[in-house]
Write a protein that binds this ligand. Structure first.
Ligand code: SAH
Ligand code: DHB
Ligand code: MG
Length: 228
Protein backbone atom coordinates (compact mmCIF):
# COMPACT_ATOMS: atom_id res chain seq x y z
CA UNK A 1 0.00 0.00 0.00
CA UNK A 2 1.65 3.18 -1.02
CA UNK A 3 1.67 6.42 -2.92
CA UNK A 4 0.30 5.06 -6.22
CA UNK A 5 -2.84 3.61 -4.69
CA UNK A 6 -3.32 6.61 -2.36
CA UNK A 7 -3.27 8.89 -5.39
CA UNK A 8 -5.58 6.58 -7.37
CA UNK A 9 -8.16 6.58 -4.57
CA UNK A 10 -7.86 10.33 -4.18
CA UNK A 11 -8.45 10.75 -7.91
CA UNK A 12 -11.42 8.38 -7.75
CA UNK A 13 -12.92 10.19 -4.75
CA UNK A 14 -12.50 13.66 -6.13
CA UNK A 15 -13.69 12.78 -9.64
CA UNK A 16 -16.72 10.97 -8.20
CA UNK A 17 -17.80 13.22 -5.34
CA UNK A 18 -16.54 16.70 -6.17
CA UNK A 19 -18.05 18.98 -8.79
CA UNK A 20 -15.59 20.49 -11.24
CA UNK A 21 -14.55 23.81 -9.83
CA UNK A 22 -12.88 26.42 -12.01
CA UNK A 23 -12.11 28.90 -9.22
CA UNK A 24 -10.25 26.29 -7.15
CA UNK A 25 -8.38 24.92 -10.14
CA UNK A 26 -7.39 28.41 -11.26
CA UNK A 27 -6.24 29.23 -7.73
CA UNK A 28 -3.92 26.21 -7.66
CA UNK A 29 -2.60 27.06 -11.13
CA UNK A 30 -1.93 30.64 -10.01
CA UNK A 31 -0.05 29.37 -6.93
CA UNK A 32 2.13 27.21 -9.14
CA UNK A 33 2.69 30.00 -11.67
CA UNK A 34 3.76 32.32 -8.84
CA UNK A 35 6.29 29.74 -7.64
CA UNK A 36 4.58 29.07 -4.29
CA UNK A 37 5.47 25.75 -2.64
CA UNK A 38 2.95 22.99 -3.54
CA UNK A 39 1.66 22.60 0.00
CA UNK A 40 -1.95 23.75 -0.23
CA UNK A 41 -4.31 21.22 1.35
CA UNK A 42 -5.42 18.48 -1.05
CA UNK A 43 -8.87 18.90 -2.63
CA UNK A 44 -10.57 16.31 -0.40
CA UNK A 45 -8.98 17.93 2.67
CA UNK A 46 -10.19 21.34 1.53
CA UNK A 47 -13.68 19.99 1.09
CA UNK A 48 -13.51 18.29 4.49
CA UNK A 49 -12.66 21.67 6.08
CA UNK A 50 -15.54 23.23 4.15
CA UNK A 51 -17.98 20.54 5.31
CA UNK A 52 -16.84 20.86 8.92
CA UNK A 53 -17.34 24.61 8.81
CA UNK A 54 -20.84 24.11 7.42
CA UNK A 55 -21.64 21.34 9.91
CA UNK A 56 -20.79 23.55 12.86
CA UNK A 57 -22.62 26.51 11.33
CA UNK A 58 -19.48 28.63 11.37
CA UNK A 59 -19.91 32.33 10.83
CA UNK A 60 -16.47 33.35 12.12
CA UNK A 61 -13.39 31.44 10.94
CA UNK A 62 -9.71 32.11 11.63
CA UNK A 63 -6.95 30.61 9.49
CA UNK A 64 -3.27 30.75 10.40
CA UNK A 65 -1.18 30.23 7.24
CA UNK A 66 -2.84 31.48 4.01
CA UNK A 67 -0.30 30.60 1.30
CA UNK A 68 -2.18 31.23 -1.99
CA UNK A 69 -5.63 31.12 -0.43
CA UNK A 70 -6.66 27.64 -1.57
CA UNK A 71 -7.88 26.41 1.83
CA UNK A 72 -9.28 29.91 2.46
CA UNK A 73 -11.52 29.56 -0.60
CA UNK A 74 -12.88 26.26 0.69
CA UNK A 75 -13.45 27.69 4.18
CA UNK A 76 -14.91 31.03 3.07
CA UNK A 77 -17.42 29.30 0.84
CA UNK A 78 -18.86 27.62 3.92
CA UNK A 79 -19.80 30.99 5.42
CA UNK A 80 -23.33 32.34 5.29
CA UNK A 81 -23.99 35.94 4.20
CA UNK A 82 -22.33 38.24 6.72
CA UNK A 83 -19.86 35.53 7.79
CA UNK A 84 -16.15 36.31 7.97
CA UNK A 85 -12.82 34.57 7.53
CA UNK A 86 -9.65 36.20 8.81
CA UNK A 87 -6.48 34.57 7.49
CA UNK A 88 -2.93 35.33 8.64
CA UNK A 89 0.13 35.17 6.40
CA UNK A 90 3.71 36.18 7.06
CA UNK A 91 4.75 36.48 3.41
CA UNK A 92 3.51 39.55 1.50
CA UNK A 93 4.13 37.63 -1.76
CA UNK A 94 1.94 34.73 -0.67
CA UNK A 95 -0.70 37.15 0.61
CA UNK A 96 -0.86 38.95 -2.70
CA UNK A 97 -1.35 35.69 -4.62
CA UNK A 98 -4.07 34.79 -2.11
CA UNK A 99 -5.77 38.17 -2.48
CA UNK A 100 -5.94 37.75 -6.22
CA UNK A 101 -7.22 34.14 -5.95
CA UNK A 102 -9.89 35.15 -3.45
CA UNK A 103 -10.96 38.06 -5.66
CA UNK A 104 -11.22 35.71 -8.64
CA UNK A 105 -13.38 33.39 -6.53
CA UNK A 106 -15.60 36.39 -5.63
CA UNK A 107 -14.81 36.02 -1.93
CA UNK A 108 -12.92 39.25 -1.17
CA UNK A 109 -15.84 40.64 0.79
CA UNK A 110 -15.91 37.75 3.26
CA UNK A 111 -12.17 37.30 3.69
CA UNK A 112 -9.61 39.54 5.32
CA UNK A 113 -5.94 38.67 4.82
CA UNK A 114 -3.63 40.08 7.47
CA UNK A 115 0.06 40.14 6.69
CA UNK A 116 2.57 39.57 9.45
CA UNK A 117 3.88 37.04 11.91
CA UNK A 118 0.80 35.27 13.27
CA UNK A 119 1.97 35.53 16.89
CA UNK A 120 2.25 39.31 16.43
CA UNK A 121 -1.19 39.61 14.81
CA UNK A 122 -3.20 37.45 17.21
CA UNK A 123 -3.31 39.92 20.15
CA UNK A 124 -4.84 42.58 17.88
CA UNK A 125 -7.43 40.12 16.62
CA UNK A 126 -8.38 39.28 20.20
CA UNK A 127 -8.73 42.98 21.09
CA UNK A 128 -10.98 43.89 18.20
CA UNK A 129 -13.11 40.81 17.70
CA UNK A 130 -16.84 41.25 18.32
CA UNK A 131 -17.41 37.56 19.00
CA UNK A 132 -15.31 34.43 19.19
CA UNK A 133 -14.45 32.14 16.29
CA UNK A 134 -16.39 28.98 15.55
CA UNK A 135 -13.51 27.31 13.75
CA UNK A 136 -9.76 27.88 13.65
CA UNK A 137 -7.54 26.22 11.03
CA UNK A 138 -3.85 26.12 11.94
CA UNK A 139 -1.51 25.54 8.97
CA UNK A 140 1.58 27.77 9.31
CA UNK A 141 5.02 27.24 10.87
CA UNK A 142 4.75 23.98 12.78
CA UNK A 143 7.27 25.12 15.42
CA UNK A 144 4.63 27.49 16.79
CA UNK A 145 1.75 24.99 16.90
CA UNK A 146 1.62 24.92 20.70
CA UNK A 147 1.24 28.72 20.82
CA UNK A 148 -1.33 28.68 17.99
CA UNK A 149 -3.41 26.12 19.84
CA UNK A 150 -3.25 28.20 23.00
CA UNK A 151 -4.47 31.22 21.01
CA UNK A 152 -7.08 29.06 19.33
CA UNK A 153 -8.50 28.08 22.71
CA UNK A 154 -8.61 31.73 23.82
CA UNK A 155 -10.37 32.86 20.64
CA UNK A 156 -12.81 29.99 19.98
CA UNK A 157 -16.31 29.67 21.46
CA UNK A 158 -17.20 26.63 23.54
CA UNK A 159 -18.46 24.04 21.06
CA UNK A 160 -16.10 25.37 18.41
CA UNK A 161 -13.23 23.45 16.87
CA UNK A 162 -9.55 23.93 16.11
CA UNK A 163 -8.12 21.88 13.24
CA UNK A 164 -4.35 21.59 12.81
CA UNK A 165 -2.74 20.40 9.56
CA UNK A 166 0.38 18.24 9.19
CA UNK A 167 0.44 16.56 12.57
CA UNK A 168 1.67 13.15 11.38
CA UNK A 169 4.53 13.96 9.02
CA UNK A 170 4.93 10.54 7.40
CA UNK A 171 4.72 8.96 10.84
CA UNK A 172 7.67 10.84 12.26
CA UNK A 173 5.45 12.32 14.98
CA UNK A 174 5.59 8.95 16.78
CA UNK A 175 9.39 9.08 16.92
CA UNK A 176 10.33 10.39 20.35
CA UNK A 177 13.90 10.84 19.09
CA UNK A 178 13.03 13.10 16.16
CA UNK A 179 15.07 16.28 15.93
CA UNK A 180 12.96 17.81 13.14
CA UNK A 181 11.73 21.16 14.50
CA UNK A 182 8.36 20.71 12.78
CA UNK A 183 7.85 17.30 14.38
CA UNK A 184 8.97 18.66 17.73
CA UNK A 185 6.42 21.48 17.29
CA UNK A 186 3.61 18.96 16.85
CA UNK A 187 4.78 16.88 19.81
CA UNK A 188 4.93 20.02 21.99
CA UNK A 189 1.44 20.93 20.87
CA UNK A 190 0.15 17.50 21.88
CA UNK A 191 1.72 17.89 25.32
CA UNK A 192 0.07 21.29 25.72
CA UNK A 193 -3.29 19.72 24.81
CA UNK A 194 -3.07 17.27 27.69
CA UNK A 195 -0.85 19.02 30.27
CA UNK A 196 -1.13 22.78 29.97
CA UNK A 197 -3.12 24.20 32.90
CA UNK A 198 -5.02 26.66 30.68
CA UNK A 199 -5.49 24.51 27.56
CA UNK A 200 -5.96 20.95 28.84
CA UNK A 201 -9.16 21.49 30.89
CA UNK A 202 -10.78 23.33 27.97
CA UNK A 203 -10.25 20.84 25.12
CA UNK A 204 -10.73 17.31 23.86
CA UNK A 205 -8.51 16.24 20.98
CA UNK A 206 -7.52 13.49 18.60
CA UNK A 207 -5.53 13.10 15.40
CA UNK A 208 -6.53 11.44 12.13
CA UNK A 209 -3.96 10.07 9.70
CA UNK A 210 -4.41 10.90 6.02
CA UNK A 211 -2.89 9.60 2.78
CA UNK A 212 -3.17 10.98 -0.73
CA UNK A 213 -1.40 13.30 -3.14
CA UNK A 214 0.27 14.99 -0.16
CA UNK A 215 1.76 11.72 1.04
CA UNK A 216 1.17 10.44 4.55
CA UNK A 217 0.20 13.10 7.07
CA UNK A 218 -2.77 14.02 9.25
CA UNK A 219 -5.05 16.48 10.98
CA UNK A 220 -5.59 17.15 14.67
CA UNK A 221 -9.16 17.91 15.77
CA UNK A 222 -9.49 19.88 18.97
CA UNK A 223 -12.94 20.57 20.39
CA UNK A 224 -13.27 23.50 22.77
CA UNK A 225 -15.47 22.29 25.62
CA UNK A 226 -18.35 24.04 27.32
CA UNK A 227 -17.41 25.04 30.88
CA UNK A 228 -18.20 22.26 33.36
N1 SAH B 1 -3.45 26.84 4.37
C1 SAH B 1 -2.80 26.91 3.07
C2 SAH B 1 -1.37 26.39 3.12
C3 SAH B 1 -0.51 27.12 4.11
S1 SAH B 1 1.23 26.79 3.87
C4 SAH B 1 -3.60 26.07 2.09
O1 SAH B 1 -3.86 24.90 2.40
O2 SAH B 1 -3.95 26.56 1.01
C5 SAH B 1 1.88 27.63 5.26
C6 SAH B 1 1.85 29.15 5.13
O3 SAH B 1 2.15 29.67 6.44
C7 SAH B 1 2.91 29.72 4.19
O4 SAH B 1 2.32 30.58 3.25
C8 SAH B 1 3.85 30.48 5.11
O5 SAH B 1 4.40 31.66 4.54
C9 SAH B 1 2.94 30.83 6.27
N2 SAH B 1 3.65 31.11 7.54
C10 SAH B 1 4.79 30.54 7.99
N3 SAH B 1 5.14 31.04 9.18
C11 SAH B 1 4.20 31.95 9.51
C12 SAH B 1 4.00 32.81 10.63
N4 SAH B 1 4.86 32.83 11.65
N5 SAH B 1 2.92 33.61 10.63
C13 SAH B 1 2.04 33.60 9.60
N6 SAH B 1 2.18 32.80 8.52
C14 SAH B 1 3.23 31.99 8.46
C1 DHB C 1 4.66 21.65 4.58
C2 DHB C 1 3.74 22.53 5.14
C3 DHB C 1 2.39 22.27 5.02
O1 DHB C 1 1.46 23.09 5.59
C4 DHB C 1 1.93 21.16 4.35
O2 DHB C 1 0.59 20.94 4.28
C5 DHB C 1 2.85 20.27 3.80
C6 DHB C 1 4.21 20.54 3.90
C7 DHB C 1 6.11 21.92 4.72
O3 DHB C 1 6.45 22.98 5.25
O4 DHB C 1 6.88 21.09 4.29
MG1 MG D 1 -0.46 22.19 5.71
Amino acid sequence: MSQAIWSAVEHYTVSTLHAKDDALERALAACEAAGLPPISVAPAEGKLLHLFARACGATRILEIGTLGGYSAIWLARALPAGGRLITLEISPEHASVAASNLAAADLSERVEIRVGRALDLLPGIEREMDRPFDLVFVDADKQSNAEYVRWGVRLTRPGGVIIVDNVVRAGEVADAGSTDERVLGVRRMNQVLVNDPYVAPRVDATAIQTVGSKGYDGFAFIAVKHPE
